[in-house]
Design a protein around this ligand. Sequence first.
Ligand code: NAG
Ligand code: NAG
Length: 416
Amino acid sequence: MSIPDISFPLLLLSILLLGYGCRAADIPEDTTSEFSVRLYHRLQVAGGQENIIFSPLSVAVALGMVELGARGTSLDEIRQTVGFSHLLPGVEFSLLQNLTEALSDDDAHHVIRLANSLFLQEDASFNPEFLHLIKKFFRAQVETVDFSDSAAVAERINSWVENHTESKICALLSAEDFTSVIRLTLVNAVYFRGSWKNQFRPENTRTFSFSRDDGSEVQTLMMYQQGDFYYGEFSDGSQEAGGVYQVLEMPYEGEDMSMMIVLPRQEVPLSSLEPIIKAPLLEEWANNVKRQKVEVYLPRFKVEQKLDLRSTLQELGIQKIFTSDADLSAMTDGKDLYIGKAVQKAYLEVTEEGAEGAVGSGMIALTRTLVLYPQVMADHPFFFVVRNRRTGSILFIGRVMTPEVIELNDQDFDSM
Ligand SMILES: *[C@@H]1O[C@H](CO)[C@@H](O)[C@H](O)[C@H]1NC(C)=O
Ligand SMILES: *[C@@H]1O[C@H](CO)[C@@H](O)[C@H](O)[C@H]1NC(C)=O
């Protein structure tokens, strides 16, 4: 039996401190959603026609770990940019802890694993208070390594990441990423796997043409179902027909987590919708979608991206920690500690188990003429958010410009 399932993988972020230390930070939900969206916009501007996937939560957690060791301007920049400046100093750590704990709730039907690890140079000395707090708030595992043996360190860290992401994220770092001046590397990995509450039946999946925003078409595997979801139609504020777009929220089993899909009209490129996306709008969507029957056509997709967060975070205002002026004195006494590298690799796959035999087996009859329900036909680029419905935490944000592409053979491609 195939179960439509979304297996998401994970993502991770690592920050290397050249000189001496490094750390990552966390994101509280609501307070960080603005930051999440700004990050998306930076990536979108740089991203051309590419798919995008990253985990704001993971970035926030990584930055939270860095913040714990930062002082002065280095600290202020993180608090301000991530969205903690309205909190009393230090409250963000407890918030991040609570947010991540809320996500990792074990009773759920989904699996979310957040893992944080700190790799320290064997003979360097770190502030015990920092190590204590990092374990307390981030449950970070602390290990010592010898950074001068760069190949061994890369291998060790990559294996740690692989172990915490069900092998979905491999080879995050390479030997070239390490030099003997590195004293600390922070790694944060997130893995998510959930099954749709309303699953797609694999026998309803078939090849279908997907129109990319550049006008080209690719063949993809389109899943189909008619089911109860949260749905709404929104306007970008213009009076034009093209200003209306659809929002579909599909919960995972347990209903704590969901994927929100935002789809412009067929003739409207996603890039014209993206600029209006703002943190309050995510809330508005979540609060205004209504449960109802919807016909859904969603391509299978797999998105993967490795991000250089350093330049992106600098653009957003977190600059000091990446320069020799960094003040990470709460980590060590050494003053010459700064963050040399910040990387995140994220991967998300939306699939149906057992789909191998499903292609071309024919979609159930589509009673097109009798459609009584709204139809969400994701046969062109869309934006998505995977979030916790209770806390608002954003586990993933991304867009699909090109879904999983399949080669055409002699199957039929009836359009529906
Ligand atoms: C986190 O949870 C603890 C225990 O429930 C609570 O005391 C604390 O105030 C919470 N922190 C924040 C920032 O909400
Ligand atoms: C990864 O898991 C394997 C097998 O469980 C274990 O031998 C290895 O030590 C783990 N690596 C890390 C870095 O945790």
